[in-house]
Design a protein around this ligand. Sequence first.
Ligand code: SF4
Length: 179
Amino acid sequence: MNEALRAMVEACDFEETVAVDPRQIHITQDVRDACAKNDCGHYGQNYMCPPAVGDLDHYREVVNSYTNGLLFSQVYRFKNRQDYRRMNEIMAGFEKTVEKLHRAIRKSDMEGTVFSAGCCTICKECGILTDDPCRFPDEAMPSLEASGIDVVQLTKDTGLVYNNGPKTMTIIGLILYNE
Ligand code: SF4
């Protein structure tokens, strides 16, 4: 990893980072099917969620276009899983950090992209809900899951800790880049 990217990642103060060979990434229909169950309520409600986010072959091409990857996680502690306000704060905090990282990568001269977690929250209301085009197509990031990436398998293959114990939430993202 070059010094510029290392500095950008260090500024995020992630809990853990592990190197990923893009060839370790599996994109599967099963992950897409899990999204379609719509447990999160965002399916079809956001340009960065399926089905609008694009098909699996598109993401296979994206992954194949990079030589290096870095999986990262942030671990948050909470007292009560039913405390939805805290849970929303946790997701928002992670998204803001990753948006900042994505912006820094885009401004740099490196070739790279970032996958976040959850749906895109850049706008208060996603343009898809009002039939408007995406307002910030260069800033919007899909999640690993929305892209069909098997995150659980990827953590097993790379050694990143997926579950940090009771009353913790581990949120995971990915940088792909060329050196
Ligand atoms: S930038 Fe706005 S319009 Fe585009 S996907 Fe994100 S929330 Fe939706």
